[in-house]
Design a protein around this ligand. Structure first.
Ligand SMILES: Nc1ncnc2c1ncn2[C@@H]1O[C@H](COP(=O)(O)OP(=O)(O)O)[C@@H](O)[C@H]1O
Ligand SMILES: [Mg+2]
Length: 402
């Protein structure tokens, strides 16, 4: 190898859900989840965990890490994702039924304590049939009296109740990992909360582990008032300067490439500690560099390239989905610091009523561009969206008056 930098060795991974080369600054969360796994092994109970934060802070990759840890501990794993698509509710039920079935099949192969496993498997069969209309090959007949009401709340509870003894006997657990949890349909959401609640009361080794926007706790609480006590809520934010620096410099060091101190500082500062931006800028800085040291000039041009990339991809991925009316709404939001404002401020600025604007607001929430920070307020789901929207002002022909 010559001493020129090679793009094919570039370790950085900007992109939604892409595993970062260094998962920096999440030790507290990882240790907490590790404890849950250790307690489960000793047949002690714990709460489920919910990760909260804006888009691009690293919820999905941390959730995946938890899932890997659970897999290594031989938990049964079910992975689902909330969606606002029209057929989303049905699709996620299919996915749930399929994932439970394959988890059940795997459990059947590895479980050392087989007691009551047959019952559990036949409950999974009836669950699949009743909830998703799918008949599954677990080698057992669907249980004619369990998990077959067609009401997901009842059926899921019966299924977990039937599975719990076998899980406990094997010192393991069932984990349902839910990404974009704020977008789960209310029926399935309430079913998961109910079962998590029952699991706590009955010591069933069952965990919902979720990730979602900061509006999620309010959504959960309005589904079930006890939701607040059900989970260990963890808010993920930007990384502090040291952890952000690690995220940038450690992956390079492993490949014998150094960031000059000024270069690392420049990237950390430009990214404001946001993982998505750190990955983007570090990747571009690497590509700009020639020798084995990434210098300040490489960082500066990497950041500029990175910003272009974000303006071509990260932000438009959302902006492009907005209707003209929704864009006007966003432009007005962007005139407030961080886009945070109240719906009454918006109504005033757009010369409309809160009621008329609520369709627009709902549309933008459904498309994942904004969220209700608290009652009567909105904010952008993506860091830096506010300045991006400001930059789009000139391309809008029909601008609202300031
Ligand atoms: N702790 C971290 N340290 C460094 N990079 C991270 C970290 N967490 C996430 N990333 C990177 O940030 C980006 C966004 O991560 P993702 O999990 O998709 O965020 P979210 O689900 O919150 O939108 C990805 O490119 C990922 O590699
Ligand atoms: Mg995500």
């Amino acid at each position: 190898m010559t001493d020129t930098m090679h793009s094919d060795l570039n370790p950085y991974a900007p992109g939604s859900g892409r595993k970062p080369p260094e998962l920096s600054g999440r030790d507290a969360e990882i240790n907490a989840f590790d404890l849950t796994i250790a307690r489960t092994r000793k047949r002690n109970s714990s709460r489920g965990m919910v990760l909260l934060g804006l888009r691009g802070v690293g919820k999905t990759v941390l959730l995946k890490r938890f899932q890997q840890m659970a897999e290594r501990a031989e938990w049964l794993i079910v992975e689902i994702e909330g969606t606002t698509a029209d057929d989303g509710a049905l699709a996620v039920r299919h996915r749930l039924a399929r994932a439970l079935t394959s988890a059940g099949a795997k459990f059947n192969r590895v479980a050392s304590a087989k007691a009551s496993l047959t019952d559990a498997l036949s409950s999974i069969s009836s669950f699949s049939l009743s909830v998703a209309g799918v008949s599954v090959g677990l080698g057992v007949e669907p249980n004619p009296t369990r998990a077959n009401s067609g009401r997901i709340e009842v059926d899921l509870e019966e299924l977990i109740a039937d599975l719990a003894p076998a899980l406990r006997a094997n010192s393991t657990a069932l984990g349902i990992f839910v990404d974009e949890m704020q977008d789960l349909d209310s029926e399935l959401l309430s079913a998961l909360l109910t079962v998590q609640h029952k699991a706590g009361q009955n010591d069933w080794p069952f965990f919902v582990v979720g990730a979602g926007l900061p509006s999620l706790p309010a959504i959960l609480s309005s589904s079930k008032s006890y939701a607040e006590r059900l989970f260990d809520y963890r808010t993920l934010g930007a990384l502090d300067a040291d952890r952000a620096r690690d995220a940038v410099t450690l992956p390079a060091e492993r490949l014998s490439v150094r960031f000059s101190s000024a270069a690392a500082d420049e990237i950390v500062e430009a990214a404001e500690g946001y993982p998505y931006f750190l990955q983007t800028f570090a990747m571009k800085a690497w590509d700009s560099a020639i020798g084995k040291t990434i210098e300040l000039t490489d960082a500066v041009s990497g950041i500029a390239d990175g910003r272009l990339d974000l303006d071509m991809g990260f932000y438009p991925a959302r902006w492009d989905r907005a209707t003209p009316a929704e864009r006007r709404y966003l432009v007005v939001m962007a005139q407030h610091p961080g886009g945070e404002c109240t719906t009454s401020e918006l109504a005033l600025a757009l010369d409309s009523t809160q009621q008329r604007l609520s369709t627009i607001r709902q549309g933008l929430i459904r498309k994942g561009l904004i969220y209700a920070r608290e009652r009567g307020t909105v904010a952008f789901t993506v860091p830096g969206m506010s300045s991006f929207v400001e930059r789009q002002r000139e391309v809008l022909d029909d601008l609202p008056k300031k």
